[in-house]
Design a protein. Structure first.
Length: 159
């Protein structure tokens, strides 16, 4: 398989979130069929949903020969190894790893939707994404820069 560029969003707000995100990036970068290309800074962001601690978020770009479902399974295994439980929608979590984009592919199956359906509305995704891909243009022609400009800088803090 020809390697594809994929973007992955990572977040945590439990059990030392900075450590959780950094160590997950390290673990992803050690996987045989993945090459880490770019890594954003860490950002502290306010949570969506129920009252809970702030999140630490980052975005990475990788080059991978894993197929989308193989990549998803790999990320879910990393989450599970940290004790991730999916109990409350938008609830607190030890680690969350989301495939944001996988090449130019559009995927809609029950287990995976790419591009990530909410990514263009979320500062905690787009701000770190913009840091590593400032000239990115989405398939619909929207620029990442234009989307980032809609956010209030009070919504996030670079760590």
């Amino acid at each position: 398989m020809i390697p594809e560029v994929a973007y992955i969003g990572l977040g945590s707000n439990l059990e030392d979130p900075v450590y959780q995100v950094k160590s997950a990036i390290d673990e992803i970068s050690q996987i045989k069929d993945i090459t880490l290309q770019h890594q954003s800074s860490l950002y502290q962001t306010k949570p969506l949903g129920p009252k809970q601690p702030d999140f630490v978020n980052a975005v990475i770009s990788i080059l991978t020969s894993l197929r989308p479902m193989e990549l998803l399974d790999t990320l879910l295994n990393i989450e599970a190894s940290r004790g991730r439980k999916r109990e409350i929608k938008w609830g607190p979590r030890i680690l969350d790893c989301d495939i944001l984009l996988y090449g130019n592919q559009s995927i809609q199956i029950p287990a995976l939707t790419v591009p990530h359906p909410e990514m263009t509305k979320r500062s905690f995704v787009l701000i770190p994404f913009f840091e590593i891909a400032p000239n990115f243009i989405f398939n619909d022609g929207k620029s990442l820069q234009t989307l980032v400009e809609q956010f209030n800088p009070d919504e996030y803090m670079k760590l």
